[in-house]
Design a protein around this ligand. Structure first.
Ligand SMILES: Cc1cc2nc3c(=O)[nH]c(=O)nc-3n(C[C@H](O)[C@H](O)[C@H](O)COP(=O)(O)OP(=O)(O)OC[C@H]3O[C@@H](n4cnc5c(N)ncnc54)[C@H](O)[C@@H]3O)c2cc1C
Length: 433
């Protein structure tokens, strides 16, 4: 990292999730109603965009359409699975948004009629918009794993890749498992939400097993041959969980060596891999992903199943005045993370505000940091700053970086503390309070 030391960078980005993007003052124009922005999805991207549009210009009418009364963050949900924290601690409501004058309609958006400029909802009729922001997260490609579907995931083999009841189910299954059992985790192929997430989950579960069921094992059946922060994760697995020895708590099978899974039998807890069959006591299959369903219904996706956007504003390249942010959008090289969704939401909020006032969008800067906990006291991270080169988002050379492999225990402990303070900061940036 040049110019700015890694330590300072982490302090800036970890300590203040609101570091982003650009000044809002240039679009803060008071006065008459400046239009209606309808936001589909009250998760990380949607709730952040709503708050930043309203904060910049209270005259803009902002409506969120979201089917659930509460949102459970995926970040820190791995700590719920391992029993380090409660499900309630990752649950957030919309009271603070409503008190800012944001309207929250508890409903499901079925379609966007981009010609008539309205959102079609299940129960609340059509909602007209001047600008529509779509942040529905991901959906799953169920068809890629035989025998695995939404019903099996909800009742027997949770993916827990959307936090909530499945997070609690996976935790309960671990608690009920005998000592000596096998936990199978099957991470998906790229691209997917939270690239380090499955491997942090393996760490969290290993930490639980080490302390509670030490004869047990975790088998990671990976669709890929390499993964995010692999050097740091495997170093941590060696240090804490005996990785690479006969007594390792964790075994990782790469895609090329049989990790790719083809089918699941929920009755017998058997997985059919590309090379052999595996039996597990607790199974966590994370399926391949695509943009949320509303994006498909509304003609916002490309042939790969994700939503192409103008990366300066996040306006869809398929429909004018419709913007897509968060996991569903094509924002690479930004990863599909909550931090990215929060950053993208601020860029989009500013662009939408500018366009409602007939002004040009600013040139954005975006930030991402992803923390992972190897143990509650051993944290690692990857960070990067991004800018817009006139055509697309690109990494800023010399910015960001990884936790050094040779960092001290004290630094790792600090990174774990930063991870938790990042959680507190970003959730209050998204949901207020
Ligand atoms: C285990 C795990 C750990 C993670 N840890 C981190 C981390 O440490 N750091 C990090 O930065 N990121 C992390 N992430 C990733 C992060 O959670 C996502 O990238 C982020 O939530 C994406 O935001 P989003 O707005 O695109 O989607 P979401 O936050 O999922 O929000 C989507 C919302 O849209 C709603 N919705 C969907 N369809 C409709 C519809 N048709 N009508 C109305 N509403 C709809 C949903 O109900 C939901 O509330 C993690 C993910 C997982 C799975």
């Amino acid at each position: 990292m040049s110019g700015i030391s890694r330590r300072n960078f982490i302090q800036i980005t970890g300590g203040g999730a609101a570091v982003s993007t650009m000044g809002f003052s240039n679009i803060l124009l008071a006065g008459k109603s400046a239009g209606h922005v309808v936001i589909i999805g009250g998760g990380v991207g949607g709730a952040t965009a709503a708050r930043y549009i309203k904060r910049a210009d209270p005259a803009v009418q902002v409506t969120i359409v979201e089917p659930n009364a509460n949102y459970f963050t995926c970040f820190m949900s791995n700590e719920v699975i391992s029993g380090e924290r409660s499900l309630d601690s990752i649950k957030f409501g919309y009271k603070n948004l409503e008190s800012m004058g944001i309207k929250v309609v508890q409903d499901y958006a079925s379609n966007i009629d981009a010609k008539k400029k309205h959102v079609v909802t299940k129960k609340s009729g059509n909602i007209a918009y001047d600008r529509c922001i779509v942040s529905p997260g991901v959906d799953f490609k169920w068809e890629t794993i035989e025998g695995y579907d939404a019903e099996v995931a909800a009742t027997k083999i949770p993916h827990a890749w959307k936090a909530g009841p499945q997070t609690a189910l996976l935790h309960k299954q671990l608690q009920a498992m005998k000592d000596g059992g096998t936990v199978i985790i099957a991470p998906p192929p790229n691209p997917f939400r939270c690239p380090p997430g499955p491997y942090e989950r393996a760490c969290q579960i290993a930490h639980y097993l080490k302390n509670n069921k030490p004869k047990s094992k975790i088998l990671i059946l990976d669709a890929k041959d390499k993964f995010s922060k692999q050097g740091l994760f495997t170093q941590g697995w060696k240090k804490h969980y005996g990785y690479g020895t006969d007594n390792s708590l964790i075994e990782w099978v790469k895609g090329a060596e049989g990790g790719i899974i083809e089918g699941v039998d929920a009755k017998t807890n058997t997985i059919t891999g590309s090379v052999e069959e595996y039996k597990g006591d607790v199974i966590n299959v994370i399926p391949a992903q695509k943009a949320g369903k509303i994006a498909f219904n509304s003609g916002l996706v490309n042939d790969k199943g994700w939503c192409p956007v103008n990366q300066q504003t996040f306006e869809s390249t398929m429909h004018k005045d419709v913007y897509v942010i968060g996991d569903s959008s094509v924002a690479s090289p930004l990863p599909k993370s909550g931090y990215s969704a929060n950053s993208e939401a601020k860029v989009c909020a500013a662009a939408v505000g500018a366009s409602l006032h007939g002004k040009p969008a600013a040139i954005p800067t975006l930030v991402n940091t992803c923390y992972s906990l190897i143990t509650p006291d051993d944290g690692i991270s990857v960070a990067m700053v991004y800018n817009f080169d006139g055509k697309k988002i690109q990494k800023v050379k010399g910015s960001g970086g990884l936790t050094p492999m040779d960092s001290s225990e004290a630094m790792r402990k600090r990174e774990a503390r930063y991870a938790h303070s990042w959680f507190n900061n970003i959730t209050s940036d998204i949901f207020g309070g």
